[in-house]
Design a protein. Sequence first.
Length: 248
Amino acid sequence: MDLRGGVKVRLEILRRVNAQSEPYLQVIEYTPKSKNDTVAFALSEINKGGYRDESGAEVSRIMWEHSCLQKKCGACAMVINGTPGLACGARLSEINKNGVIRIEPLRKFPVTADLMVDRQVMLDNLLKLEAWLQTQVKINERQAELAYDASRCLQCGCCLEVCPNFYAGGEFYGMAAGVPAARLIAELAPDDGKALKRGYDKHIFEGCGKSLSCKSICPAGIETDRMLARSNAAAVWKRIFGRCQKQR
């Protein structure tokens, strides 16, 4: 479908007034301004006012999170046509299915209103992991490459949305915690960061089923399989090997 000609798109948006209210589906006919219109652009235009849904009711302001709108911050993560992604990177001309686009909030987190969810659990998990450096470190070129790749994590939550083993409040923290932990583990000396490495073992290594759905969905294109392999070696296998050596 060529959206440059002003062809309308049917936006099906799953909404709710607040965390306690029941969700409802609101259908809005939206006419794109250009072929480059994104879901984020459409939501912004609708929120300017003057739109009515298919029943004729005026569309109230749609609550959703956003910041940079350049695929750099991860704030606008939501489920679009059944797949988690960033609203600012989802072009209407590329994702519509027979002129229909369904927009929903992420499902693995508590919904606060409309397309807004509470992702506090991701920060809480990082705090529990003690995911920070306590001393200055020097890294070599090989470590720097992995650390840089890990630093591109947007903390958007898309990886957790598709992970079969993650649920909010569970013992498995998923790659939203695993990637930042991998960055730190790459920088640490073998005998440093023992608490972080123990936490990684318990909350990342033990719970990961290696489905790698996180890799295919990551908006930043982070190679989570490589992160896991390197971090598992540094935080788990080297420790186990060292313990076995001491017991001999």
